[in-house]
Design a binder for this molecule. Structure first.
Ligand SMILES: Nc1ncnc2c1ncn2[C@@H]1O[C@H](COP(=O)(O)OP(=O)(O)OP(=O)(O)O)[C@@H](O)[C@H]1O
Ligand SMILES: [Mg+2]
Length: 267
């Protein structure tokens, strides 16, 4: 939270000043136009300067430049907000959690891993959110579970794309589908489904074991899902399931009770 806060102030200076800067620039450009109309025949020095700086291009580009800066600072704002949510939740605080907000800020932090790069295609996120009630949960831990499952999905998609031809990728683009729904009065369900490489039965059986990983050392510790299982099943009395077949992606179902009996909660 400290770092996010530190960054927030200087960003405020930049963001807060962009709009007035844009207005000043606009005014100056209008004044320049007036000059050009009133004095259509500038001196040779001015003519040379105009050509040198490519005035027409500047006029066209300047607004675009400022607009990009604005988008940039807005993006930083959003990232900071997610980071703050994240670290606020980090404290082992038991509270009523907005599941949707938790999913969105986790996705936000993973955004850069899902953008297309020269070596890997874009991963699309499809959201199907049903309105959910607030849920009793250790908020930081819900983030942790979502982070583990979503990062695994991205890993599985990246891995799959390394094995596929661009043609195959184009026909069946990478996606993660996130759904939330109310099961009944007592339970809500979050489903996270990727269309990555999936997994064989042997892997599926060991999925939630501590230190079980199929990733190369340095890449995976094999703890993500066992920790998630502890959080969902043991700490919150929920269910964590996975349906998957090789080549058919994987779907993780997180089923959580809406209310906790406080007396049952142990940290
Ligand atoms: N969405 C998925 N698609 C295919 N395989 C998966 C998926 N999620 C998990 N797995 C398999 O389950 C294994 C265990 O996952 P887990 O998150 O516990 O550990 P990890 O990702 O290997 O390492 P860590 O999360 O500790 O960095 C993975 O190595 C992978 O083989
Ligand atoms: Mg993992």
């Amino acid at each position: 939270a400290g770092v996010a806060h530190e960054i927030n102030n200087p960003i405020n200076y930049i963001h807060g000043n962009i709009t007035p800067a844009q207005e000043y620039v606009q005014d100056i450009l209008e004044l320049l136009d007036m000059y050009q109309q009133e004095f259509p025949h500038p001196t040779p020095e001015i003519k040379i300067k105009i050509a040198e700086i490519d005035l027409n291009f500047i006029k066209k580009d300047l607004n675009e430049v400022i607009r990009s800066m604005k988008i940039g600072t807005e993006r930083i704002y959003e990232i900071l907000k997610s980071m703050r949510n994240f670290s606020r939740f980090e404290k082992a605080e038991f509270k009523q959690v907005d599941v949707r907000e938790a999913i969105d800020s986790t996705l936000m932090l993973l955004n850069s891993r899902m953008k297309a790069t020269t070596s890997s295609p874009e991963i699309r996120v499809i959201k199907e959110y049903q309105e959910l009630p607030l849920v009793d949960f250790y908020a930081g831990q819900l983030h942790q579970v979502l982070m583990n499952i979503l990062s695994n999905a991205i890993d599985a998609l990246d891995e799959y794309n390394k094995q596929r031809t661009p043609e195959e990728v184009r026909k069946n683009p990478s996606q993660i589908k996130v759904c939330t729904k109310i099961l009944n009065k007592e339970w809500v369900v979050i489903s996270i489904a990727d269309n990555g490489l999936g997994m064989p039965e042997e892997v599926n059986k060991k999925l939630f074991d501590s230190f079980f990983t199929t990733k190369s050392s340095g890449k995976g510790t094999g703890l993500g899902l066992s920790i998630s299982y502890q959080i969902v099943v043991e700490k919150h009395g929920g269910k964590l399931l996975c349906y998957s077949q090789p080549g058919k992606g994987a779907e993780f179902i997180i089923q959580i009770p809406i209310r906790q009996k406080i007396s049952q909660l142990v940290l």
